[in-house]
Design a protein around this ligand. Structure first.
Ligand SMILES: Nc1ncnc2c1ncn2[C@@H]1O[C@H](COP(=O)(O)OP(=O)(O)OP(=O)(O)O)[C@@H](O)[C@H]1O
Ligand SMILES: [Mg+2]
Length: 347
């Protein structure tokens, strides 16, 4: 009798309670569709806004109708059920607070469930742009000059903002998808933006505005012991928006993404070197994607590192992988294999 190929039992976590919930459902649904049924028996799990879980039957394709039929249950009950089912790997397709910042990673680690992407430490470090920038700087990776406005003493810092020049970039330190990223032209506008951002977080990150081109570079680490290696650099050219804002990120045709970027080999190598340095500095695992701006003189500045880059069919990480012959399915195999080798322990 011929042996049937082993089918791994995997769960794809999506949704979550951050403002990137809808993007995560897209990422998770696309991931699910690329897991070959011959090799993977897969369950989709939605972490809901009220921190419960809706779980679909094994092999059930996630879509609106299927989710509507799924009854939400408590998180612990859902994960116990997954364990009883024999889940071997949890694919974390969550973005933003709760899902990409170490919270879900800590929960999975406590349950000893192997999971994809970065562990608790890398997730928490990369989620906080102030901490990331401190770590970049201490590893010699250039990042735009910045200052932090603290809710306790907002005035003094706003006065010091002058040294960053105008316009200045104001952003919440722990959000993604360009949510509430503002390019602020002058001091009166800054006061208004700061007030608005202090309602979201007790810190506001102000950065020198880097005028030039935008690039992103993904890094792939095939095993926990392997050296991380950069994928080709992508240039990001928003067609209508003044910068890579929410609309430019998620509207079809709103941005031209050029992989590999049309830049000199020297510049590509430099961005790739810096992306790998960021991956290491923030203790990322398996994959990361660092965003950069370059100035008129071609100097690169790291803006931030994403530990769970988008995984829709047109997302930047799958595009970069495809450029070196790694298919979407092969990228998932690498992530699942990494999680199995890591084995649900501290990453
Ligand atoms: N210092 C800067 N100078 C020029 N443009 C900037 C600067 N900081 C941010 N931007 C623009 O704003 C966009 C969003 O900024 P950033 O990547 O820091 O935020 P994000 O919301 O975390 O993004 P992501 O969706 O990748 O997680 C950048 O892609 C870039 O277009
Ligand atoms: Mg970004």
């Amino acid at each position: 009798m011929s042996a049937t190929p082993a089918t791994r039992r995997v769960a794809v976590l999506m949704g979550g309670w951050s403002h990137e919930r809808a993007i995560s459902i897209q990422s998770g649904t696309v991931i699910f569709s690329h897991l070959a049924p011959a090799r993977y028996l897969c369950r989709a799990v939605d972490l809901t806004m009220d921190r419960r879980a809706r779980m679909l039957a094994p092999g059930c394709v996630p879509n609106e109708a299927a989710w509507r039929r799924a009854r939400p249950q408590g998180l612990l009950d859902a994960f116990r059920a997954l364990q009883r089912w024999g889940v071997e790997v949890v694919i974390v397709a969550l973005h933003g607070a709760g899902g990409e910042d170490g919270v879900v990673q800590g929960f999975l680690e406590m349950l000893r469930l192997p999971f994809t992407h970065s562990g608790v430490r890398g997730s928490a470090l990369a989620m906080d742009k102030e901490i990331s920038k401190r770590l970049y700087a201490s590893h010699g990776i250039p990042t735009p000059e910045y200052l932090i406005i603290d809710r306790a003493r907002p005035r003094a810092a706003q006065l010091r903002a002058v040294r960053l020049g105008w316009p200045v970039v104001a952003k919440p330190p722990c959000l993604g998808s360009s949510f509430e990223v503002h390019i602020v032209p002058d001091a009166p506008s800054l006061r208004r933006v700061v007030q608005r951002l202090l309602a979201l977080d007790d810190r506001v990150l102000l950065e020198r505005h880097v005028r030039g081109r935008e690039f992103t570079c993904a890094v792939l680490q095939r095993t926990p012991q392997a050296a991380p290696a950069a994928l080709p650099v992508t240039e990001i050219v928003p067609v209508a928006s003044p910068f890579f804002d929410f609309q430019a990120k998620y509207t079809a045709g709103a941005t031209r993404e050029i992989t590999p970027a049309k830049i000199s080999a020297r510049m590509a190598r430099e961005l790739q070197r810096q992306a790998v340095a960021c991956h290491r500095a923030l203790h990322c695992g398996c994959v990361s994607r660092t965003d950069f701006m370059t100035d008129a003189r071609g100097r690169a500045f790291a803006l931030e590192t994403n530990t769970i880059p988008g995984m829709t069919a047109t997302s930047l990480l799958p595009q970069a992988a495809a450029a070196v012959g790694i298919s979407f399915a092969a990228l998932l195999d690498i992530m699942i294999n990494y999680a199995l080798l890591q084995g649900g322990s501290t990453q």
